[in-house]
Design a protein around this ligand. Structure first.
Ligand code: G1P
Ligand code: ZN
Length: 544
């Protein structure tokens, strides 16, 4: 079959952010926009001739069309096999699982994660490498550099393939295999968790709700929780993936998972509630009348890891992103295992997991996972929590978390987001903070003495690569801290994120309301960054 060489010209602004390239659907539909990115990826990679590429996405609007484009281009560029999930569906953790299991060269994940979908919503693409994880910075930088000089892309002149029937077809010399997006992933979960114990839990009086938020985890959750573990039909709500996520915002947090939150905080609440996001990598965990912060969730799961057979022999270490609370650090210290602090974004965990230095990792932004894949994994976190509940009969979610605080102390923690801020004002605010860092050590702010302040830089302990300018942190002598950074995933204006934390060892003080417990630090952060003066915002848009 003839390979077609199509002339193209570079687009500005194709630099991948925290987790890939995310833009409005309209931008992705501009002539050659997607093609430029995909060809730039191929041009930046070596040694894939005859190899396997995995393709799939979260089912949002434009997912199918984009998948067809990528299949043709992958064939024209010389991949031997392209594995695509049926319906072009593949959750992010399942993509990671499939890439690893089938020894693929890499894969494209089509998703804008928790951002709204539909014709007016967002679309995104991310390249994952052979370990199943997001491409490291040296690869994303090379892809970006190539997008700035690209002059042609390669494709085939072929009609769309049927992506809804399992089986194999040919595109030129390339085999395209449409596979069941759930099977490999479900099998992997059965290998990590004690499905008999979980089935016994779900077959008893225990009640749970899983909210798939009309996004990709619906089919995965139904297959695992309802079909394999025997949870009653209806346990999974909003379980059919929709191109526009039912008009909702598929972000599992207290603001967006309204139906689930109402159920868990209402009369006759079930024992356990959980939700996952657009592409299935995030998770929110709720007990009856109780919200588990993602930072606490990571710490609790690390402390109870041995309750799942996959981690029976213990875990090697815990890694968390810098802005994530230090709750997990205390568990690592108690267990005498490694503890790592990385920049924001899952790609920074890859080397630690590959090297066997960390087994569990997590971010404050509702991300938790282990070394079973190289992405965060929403359903894994749910099954891990169910394993903890099954292994500690008689204890509720709230009992387990409160008990954890009694043992390790409580890290009060909150994130304040200022969304849609003027980009120049946001940059100015960060420059202002950067200018202050040198002089803050030793200063007293509202009665708290600053131990140190810097713009976080990370040296990867495995490959020595350095990532600088990863967020301003101000650490106080009493262990409290405030952190400032700009989001790398937004598609409109800038989002300023302010992270606030303090440690409270005294169990008598563990029952405070979070914002009240952090009030003085919140005020310090506002003043220090001159938030109102520089952005015009009196209050954050979202408080987590
Ligand atoms: C956000 C989160 C970050 C996460 C990323 C992808 O990135 O803060 O922890 O890895 O989404 O889910 P941000 O918008 O802050 O750059
Ligand atoms: Zn996501």
């Amino acid at each position: 079959m003839d390979i077609k060489t199509v002339a193209t010209t570079p687009f500005q602004g194709q630099k991948p952010g925290t987790s890939g390239l995310r833009k409005k659907v309209d931008v992705f539909r501009e002539r050659n926009y997607l093609e430029n990115f995909v060809q730039s990826a191929f041009d930046s990679l070596q040694g894939f001739a005859g190899q396997t590429l995995v393709v799939g996405g979260d089912g949002r609007y434009h997912n199918r069309a984009a998948a067809q484009t990528i299949l043709r281009m992958a064939a024209a560029n010389g991949f031997g096999r392209v594995m695509v999930g049926r319906g072009a569906i593949l959750s992010t953790p399942a993509a990671s699982c499939v890439i690893r299991k089938h020894g693929a060269f890499g894969g494209f994940v089509l998703s804008a994660s928790h951002n709204p979908g539909g014709p007016k919503g967002d679309f995104g693409i991310k390249y994952n490498i052979g370990n199943g994880g997001p491409a490291p910075e040296k690869v994303t930088e090379a892809i970006h550099a190539r997008t700035q000089t690209i002059e042609r892309y390669l494709t085939l002149d072929t009609p769309d393939l049927d992506l809804d029937s399992l089986g194999e077809a040919r595109l030129g010399d390339t085999v395209v295999q449409v596979f069941d997006p759930v099977a490999d992933y479900a099998e992997m979960m059965a290998g990590i968790f004690d499905f008999d114990a979980l089935a016994a839990l779900l077959g008893g009086d225990f009640r749970m709700i899983f909210d798939a938020m009309h996004a990709v985890t619906g089919p995965y959750a139904k297959a695992i929780l309802e079909d394999r573990l025997g949870a009653p039909a209806g346990t999974v709500i909003n379980g059919t993936p929709l191109e526009d996520f039912g008009g909702g915002h598929p972000d599992p947090n207290l603001a967006h998972a309204e139906e689930l939150v109402a159920a868990l905080f209402g009369d006759g609440a079930p024992d356990f509630g959980a939700a996952s996001d657009g592409d299935g990598d995030r998770n929110m965990i709720l007990g009856r009348d109780f919200f588990v912060t993602p930072s606490d969730s990571l710490a609790v799961l690390a402390a109870n890891a041995a309750l799942a057979p996959g981690y029976r022999d213990g875990i090697a270490g815990v890694a968390r992103s810098m802005p994530t609370s230090g709750a997990a650090d205390r568990v690592a210290e108690a267990l005498g295992i490694g503890c790592y602090e990385t920049p924001t974004g899952w790609k920074f965990f890859g080397n630690l997991l590959d090297a066997g230095m960390a087994t569990f990792c997590g971010e404050e932004s509702f991300g938790t996972s282990s070394d079973h894949v190289r992405e965060k994994d929403g359903l894994w976190a749910v099954l891990m929590w169910l394993s903890v509940l099954a292994g500690r009969p008689g204890e509720s979610v709230a009992d387990i978390v409160r008990g954890h605080w009694r043992t390790y102390g409580r890290n009060y923690y909150s994130r304040h987001d200022y969304e849609g801020v003027d980009a120049a004002a946001a940059e100015g605010l960060m420059d202002h903070l950067r200018g202050l860092t040198g002089d803050l050590a030793g200063a007293e702010l509202d009665g708290r003495r600053v131990a140190m302040a810097d713009d976080f830089a990370y040296t990867d302990p495995v490959d020595g690569s350095v990532s600088s300018r990863q967020g301003i942190r101000v650490l106080f002598e009493d262990g409290a801290r405030v952190v400032f950074r700009l989001s790398g995933t937004g598609t409109e204006g800038a989002t300023l994120r302010v992270y606030i934390e303090r440690f409270e060892p005294d169990p008598a003080q563990h029952g405070l309301e979070t914002q009240a417990a952090l009030a003085d630090l919140i005020a310090i952060a506002r003043d220090l960054a001159q938030i109102e003066q520089r952005t015009g915002r009196k209050e954050p848009t979202v408080i987590t």
